[in-house]
Design a protein around this ligand. Structure first.
Ligand code: NAD
Length: 319
């Protein structure tokens, strides 16, 4: 008689650098996946990282970690792509584009052909442009291919607001939308704590709600990567946690609202470009992108952000 076979929960990580391995470590500690495969052009690096992670297994959660090849993407619920060149000090994310697009032209078709039913989550920068490129290179349905987008910027924004107002960051509801990068847009008009918009929260709770403070919070959010890279050369803990949050929403079919980057369809007239909006993520990936009611300043900012991304996409001749 056929016995019920355990179906492993596999997550593939392409790129075993700072971001990929920090995410893999967080995933291992979470116990969400039973199999983690690391794939990297530098095979020795992937092997060393897999060995090190496996040695944490007896102290953490059961699981199997190995350095594999694209064939091992088969059966993965999700493949997280962090491969590529990292941002250099002073370099904008968009400057990375040409280099990383060529890398993606090689790797994305290999992921998709080995796992046409799986989700591909892009973290490599510039993440919005590479998400768009990955949709083209993979040929997969658009719900299956999306980018980490502004999940990190939104986390930074909530953290900074929480510090300013003295509440748990999880009690701050606010989003950064648009590009993950210099043109990103803070949605001040909808930001709230305990259901109160920021001006009402300030008035009711004795805070000064002055514009320079709020502007500074946005600027610190937008420029955080530059500040961190200047000091330690790379950022990885917060994005590793963001990737884990997305992967958890997928593996556990949570229908969580997260700001991630996906293909736009007529959002305030913006089409055929990937950027971030609050999005419902479940086992199938992008379940739906939420429509937000933005104010005119936010619409203008988002339109500008989309234009920056579109001109980059056009210069790559991907469309
Ligand atoms: N989306 C975000 O919010 C966010 C945050 C931080 C970093 N990042 C981005 O993540 C990417 C990785 O950053 P990192 O700090 O981990 O860099 P890293 O240099 O430490 O790691 C990149 C890895 O990719 C591998 N690689 C390069 N070319 C490859 C190829 N063709 N095939 C397979 N593997 C290849 C390298 O060997 C290396 O191990 C960068 O683009 C960075 O800008 C994104």
């Amino acid at each position: 008689m056929e016995t019920n076979k355990r179906i492993p929960t596999r997550v593939a990580v392409v790129g075993a650098g700072f971001v990929g391995t920090t995410f893999a470590y967080a995933l291992l500690l979470s116990g969400l996946a039973s199999e983690i495969v690391l794939i990297d052009a530098n095979q020795a690096k992937a092997e060393g990282e897999a060995m090190d992670l496996n040695h944490a297994v007896p102290l953490a959660r059961p699981g199997r970690v190995w350095a594999g090849s694209y064939a091992d993407c088969a059966g993965a619920a999700i493949t997280v792509v962090t491969a590529g060149s990292a941002q250099r000090p002073g370099e904008s994310r968009l400057d990375l584009t040409a280099r990383n697009t060529e890398i993606f032209r090689q790797i994305i078709p290999q992921i998709a052909s080995n796992n046409p039913g799986g989700i591909i989550l892009i973290a490599t920068n510039p993440v919005d442009v590479l998400t768009y490129a990955s949709l083209k290179f993979s040929g997969l349905p658009e719900n299956q291919v999306f980018g980490s987008g502004t999940i990190l910027d939104t986390a930074r924004f909530r953290y900074l607001l929480s510090q300013h107002f003295g509440v748990d960051a999880r009690s701050v509801h606010a989003y950064i939308i648009g590009e993950h990068g210099d043109s990103e847009v803070p949605v001040w008009s909808l930001a709230n704590i305990a259901g109160m918009r920021i001006p009402e929260f300030c008035a009711a709770n004795g805070f000064h709600c002055n514009e320079p403070d709020l502007d500074s919070i946005y600027e610190q959010t937008r420029d955080a990567a530059y500040q961190i890279i200047q000091r330690k050369g790379a950022t990885y803990y917060a994005i590793g946690s963001g990737l884990l949050r997305i992967v958890e929403a997928v593996l556990r079919d949570q229908s969580t609202v997260l700001s991630i980057s996906s293909l736009m369809h007529d959002f305030y007239g913006l089409n055929d470009v990937c950027f971030s909006l609050p999005t419902v993520i479940d086992r199938g990936g992008v379940e739906r992108v939420l429509r937000l009611e933005l104010n005119p300043v936010e619409i203008e900012g988002l339109t500008r952000s989309a234009a920056v991304l579109k001109s980059t996409i056009e210069s790559l001749h991907l469309a």
